[in-house]
Design a binder for this molecule. Structure first.
Ligand code: WT7
Length: 639
């Protein structure tokens, strides 16, 4: 990269070879964003029927490419075949070092998708049916998702580290009748029994059939007539499967995410717009070329895994890598080994991972040849300047551009980042809005904030084709959460942000009760619900506090109904959280307190609790109904 003042730019060579190196794209897209997306939609996507209207807006609802018909798998496979038939689509690296990786060419992956699509059809899955997928990072998760897409079923992937309870709630909400899972997977050298977790969840759901991938060969309980081995079913099927022809606006998938209240929201994504946005954001932001080996480290259970782990690379005919395990297992440099072994050219990961690698130290990095890397990406939480510089110097050897990409489960694809062939890149700033995206930063009264002033990040029409279309079965929540702060025509992101004099955007963080723990989205309300389930808990409050590695971590303040010894109650609360959400939600600390700071109307003042850890002034709490509690809590924390 070339440094100019506080900004970085790609080198001349990088710029020249880039997929997109013409600055004028921004102005052209801004002039007519609908036309801009329409032009892109005409290239690269196989349409069975062209749309009649590109964008229809009935606030707060909108649609893209209305009347168009397609099947996204035709753009992932049929379009590239036969030219790419022997190109590797997916490299899979298992966690155990003594196991062989798998490589699937475009033709092979396509065959497996077809075969599994036929399995689903045989089991009675129809267009529009919801299919639960509770699979770890193994190739079958991609096959399962695309098989659903092939026959027009809606995939609902649930992160494999989520608890049975979390799986249950999602299966109940979607009313899925079929679940695809595995006997287990490896994580830090242990075989995790996933089937056992699935079994617990299934009891109170409508799931009638369970397909189980054999991954680790551990012993699993079996319910005859309900449970089937994946391998037994696919054996009997042919690979040819005609695609279901979908309306552009038919749902492709539902993915749950945390909002400010306890209940997760099912974001509904549709076929046409999502295909267009996935294809083009990936092509331009990751600058894919024929020979690239792309590694997106996100789990497929999150939106990053959906869009840039699965759909976008396939739509672009790219080779991508999937890794089953933990990046620092068995040694801290496992991730470097993987980059070296496969000559990875583009790495897309989260600031938490970068900070963890930085903590392990440069020596681990120096042991490996990382010269294959030419572009780096970051996603999921703000990347601080120190981490950015470490990533740039030690991983990118100061030559790789860094794309810091801002987006959300709701937006379906990246909406803010500087493009690698153009820049500028500025540590701590995610960059410029993607061409055609109209962002703004507003104060509480709805006025645009001046340069360098913090406000709320919003997106104006026409949004983007890959945006979600609603919350599954909950239009009220959709309206309230996203379209009420500034009216029904302005999308409220729930992120605080500011822009510099060049228009580069800095994301400050969530302004709602969502926290990002190691890049994972959790709501404090969801955690509070989990803790409140414990019979001895009278009341609790959860706040996110800064953490050097994970960005943010939850701490919990608990008021007990009747006194209990700490050593007994704390592990029980931990178990409660594991049961309700999963290990990603574990708190850094649990404090037992006699009361929580409250306003006279009884509202818990979480803000005050948070300030104990951020070093901010506690402020004036004389208006609390119980001001004396603040000192008492402080004593417990510093103890
Ligand atoms: C929230 C969305 C983006 C896909 C994975 C996360 C935060 C995301 C960035 C970034 C600063 C970021 C925001 C956003 N976020 N990317 N580059 N810089 N913050 O999707 O789980 O739906 O979370 O992640 O707070 O609202 P998600």
């Amino acid at each position: 990269m070339i440094k100019k003042g506080d900004l970085y730019y790609p080198t001349k060579e990088f710029r020249k070879a880039a997929q997109l190196n013409d600055e004028s794209v921004y102005d052209k897209a801004a002039e007519n964003p609908i036309k801009f997306w329409e032009d892109l939609a005409e290239r690269g996507i196989v349409w069975r029927k062209t749309w009649t209207k590109a964008f229809v807006h009935r606030p707060p609802h909108f649609q893209w490419f209305v009347g168009g018909k397609l099947n996204i798998t035709e753009s992932c496979f049929n379009r590239h075949l036969p030219a790419l038939k022997d190109k590797v689509a997916l490299i899979w690296e298992p966690e155990p070092l003594n196991e062989k990786p798998r490589r699937l060419t475009y033709r092979e992956l396509f065959s497996e998708v077809g075969r599994f699509a036929n399995v689903l059809k045989k089991l009675g899955v129809k267009k529009g049916d919801r299919v639960g997928i509770y699979l770890p990072m193994i190739p079958e998760v991609i096959m399962a998702m695309l098989a659903c897409a092939r026959i027009g079923a809606i995939h609902c992937v649930v992160f494999s580290a989520f608890s049975p309870q979390a799986l249950k709630v999602r299966l109940q909400d979607t009313r899925a009748r079929i679940l695809i899972t595995a006997d287990g997977y490896y994580r830090r050298g242990q075989a995790i029994n996933l089937k056992a977790a699935a079994d617990v969840a299934l009891a109170e759901t409508q799931v009638k059939k369970v397909i189980v991938v054999k991954r680790v060969g551990n012993k699993v309980a079996w319910q005859k007539g309900r449970d089937f081995w994946w391998s037994d079913l696919v054996k009997k099927e042919k690979s040819a499967c005609l695609p279901a022809i979908m309306e552009s606006e038919d749902p492709l998938f539902i993915l749950y995410t945390s909002g400010s209240t306890g209940k997760p929201k099912g974001c509904v994504h549709t076929n046409g717009g999502y295909a267009v946005q996935s294809l083009w954001t990936g092509k331009w932001i990751f600058d894919w070329r024929k020979t690239d080996i792309f590694w997106c480290t996100a789990d497929v259970g999150w939106v990053t895994g959906h869009t840039y782990g699965v759909y976008s690379p396939l739509l672009n005919g790219v080779t991508s890598l999937m890794f089953e395990g933990a990046p620092d297992f068995p040694e801290p440099d496992r991730w470097c080994q993987i980059i070296e072994k496969y000559r990875v050219t583009i790495l897309y990961t989260a600031p938490t991972a970068i900070r963890m690698f930085a903590k392990y130290g440069e020596d681990f990095v120096k042991k490996h040849d990382l010269t294959s890397l030419r572009l780096l990406g970051s996603v999921g939480e703000p990347i601080d300047e120190t981490a950015w510089l470490w990533y740039s110097q030690n991983v990118g050897k100061s030559k790789c551009p860094i794309v810091d990409t801002w987006w959300q489960t709701e937006t379906g694809g990246i909406l803010i980042t500087s493009l690698p062939g153009l820049g500028p890149f500025k540590p701590g700033f995610t960059g410029r809005p993607f061409p055609g995206i109209k962002t703004d930063i507003l104060d509480d009264r709805g006025k645009s904030c001046p340069v360098n002033e913090k406000g709320n990040l919003v997106i104006r029409p026409p949004f983007s084709p890959g945006f979600f279309r609603g919350i599954y079965k909950n239009p009220k929540k959709y309206r309230e959460t996203y379209w009420s702060q500034y009216g029904s025509k302005i999308y409220f992101t729930s992120d605080g942000a500011l822009r510099d004099k060049r228009g580069l955007i800095r994301i400050i963080g969530r302004v709602d009760d969502v926290i990002k723990v190691a890049g994972h989205r959790l709501s404090t309300g969801e955690l509070e619900n989990a803790v409140n389930q414990h019979p001895s808990v009278a009341e609790c409050a959860v706040v996110g506090i800064p953490d050097k590695i994970k960005g943010e971590v939850p701490v919990i303040f608990v008021v007990l109904g009747k006194p209990q010894p700490e050593e007994k109650i704390k592990p029980e609360i931990i178990n409660q959280i594991k049961k309700e959400i999963g290990p990603i939600a574990l708190p850094k600390e649990i404090y037992l307190v006699e009361d929580l700071p409250k306003t006279r109307s009884g509202k818990i003042m979480r803000r005050i609790l948070k300030r104990f850890f951020t070093g901010e002034e506690l402020g004036d709490f004389s208006t609390l109904s119980n001001p004396e509690i603040v000192e008492k809590i402080k004593k417990i924390i510093v103890r």
